[in-house]
Design a protein around this ligand. Structure first.
Ligand SMILES: [Zn+2]
Length: 389
């Protein structure tokens, strides 16, 4: 009968990582140094790339003889926060009960990283048929910022892995595509006045509301008309406004309003064209506003841009993941990952990791021990020569 619990060492590493607070706005250095110390003890060469503040770092390490190619095992070290969520235990507990590892990041994605790190000694002793690379990034949850530095550093250093497995929670099914995520902030400048003089003012909230409606209508149009890609939970591109703020008093026409919105586009759809449509609608609203005050109007700032990801069923990373997962079944996922960025760097990429996205970002996040055990079996397969990639 197949083992349904992970190795003690794998589980201990996953727990150790969950117990370190790496919410994106905090430093991840304690976690990075914990892993780096372990790898240094085993003689594994590694590269750290830091953010501008020096408070965060990516870790890239290579096991095996330095040869071209090989497989990246990729994970982000940061987590989302838990403010306002009701947890039944400490989000940093890393406790194990009821067949599950509990805590923030257990599924997304410290379970995966912990299992990879715990495997290092066994891989080193196995005389690997191909280099294995670890790519552990910062600031994924806030826009996949860290991994961009990591990928640029690999390019500068002439390191060219052939394939990448991003261990985001897919219940160990190789995921061949996800949508992109593109987020903008719109700042609306109006002109304030006593509300009894409303016609002489430019109401920033009302102008924002008109543009919010444009964004909502775009989402509605895609829902009705597509394009559609079946296999996604929501088989079309989506639009959503997530935050809005404006106004200071009931009897003042507001001079300022800001709102944030996003598009999640299907692979092959054009997020820049979506944003161009919003800008065109804003430009059409501005003449009426500027007839009252030329200083009024809309300004846009990009917040993040994570490209969509789509792999072919027969490309190297997908073939490898299917073999390691022990079955032909694949999936598509709804959430954004770093996969599109690795793919743009010319690296064949697939998303496959333990746990379910349904638990990620939630209170009482967990990953089942059975999923961790399946991930370990998957990783173990990288020892076999047929894994050459
Ligand atoms: Zn994640």
């Amino acid at each position: 009968m197949q083992s349904v619990v992970p190795s003690p060492e794998g589980l201990a590493w996953a727990q150790r990582l969950v117990r370190l607070d790496t919410v994106s706005e905090h430093s991840n250095l304690e976690l990075i140094e914990t892993i780096a110390d372990h790898l240094r003890t085993l003689g594994v060469p590694l590269r750290l790339t830091r953010d501008e503040s020096g408070r965060k770092a990516n870790l890239f390490a290579t096991l095996g003889a330095p040869r071209p190619g090989g497989v990246i095992l990729s994970g982000h070290t940061d987590t989302v926060p838990w403010d306002g969520q009701v947890w039944s235990e400490d989000p940093l507990s890393g406790s194990v009960h009821d067949g599950r590892l509990w805590g923030r990041g257990s599924a997304d994605m410290k379970g995966f990283i912990g299992l990879v790190v715990a495997r290092t000694r066994a891989w080193l002793e196995a005389d690997l048929p191909l280099p294995l690379h670890y790519a552990f990034s910062y600031d994924e949850e806030v826009g996949c910022f860290g991994v961009r530095h990591l990928i640029a550093d690999l390019k500068d250093a002439g390191i060219a892995p052939a394939a990448c497995i991003v261990g985001e929670p897919t219940q160990m099914l190789p995921a061949l595509a996800h949508k992109g995520v593109h987020r903008w902030r719109c700042c609306v400048k109006g002109r304030a006045a006593h509300s009894s003089l409303a016609p002489r003012a430019v109401n920033a909230i009302e102008a924002a509301a008109r543009l919010v409606t444009v964004v909502a209508d775009m989402g509605e149009r895609w829902r009705r008309e597509g394009p559609f890609q079946h296999g996604f939970d929501v088989p079309h591109s989506t639009a959503a406004v997530g935050v809005i703020a404006g106004g200071i008093a009931d009897n003042i026409v507001p001079a300022d309003c800001r709102f944030n919105y996003e598009f999640r586009e299907l692979p092959g759809s054009d997020a820049q064209a979506m944003q161009a449509e919003v800008r065109a609608a804003a430009a059409a609203l501005e003449p009426a506003m500027q007839a009252v005050d030329p200083a009024t109007g809309f300004a846009f700032e990009p917040i993040c841009s994570i490209p969509a990801f789509s792999a072919d069923a027969d490309e190297p990373a997908v073939r490898l993941a299917r073999r390691l997962a022990g079955g032909g079944e694949t999936t598509l996922v709804a959430f954004g990952t770093e996969a599109g960025l690795f793919q743009r760097a010319g690296i064949s990429t697939v998303v496959c990791g333990p746990g379910s996205i349904a638990q990620a970002h939630q209170a009482d996040e967990y990953v089942t021990l059975e999923q961790l055990a399946r991930c370990e079996a998957f990783l173990d397969g990288l020892r076999r020569p047929a894994a050459a990639c």
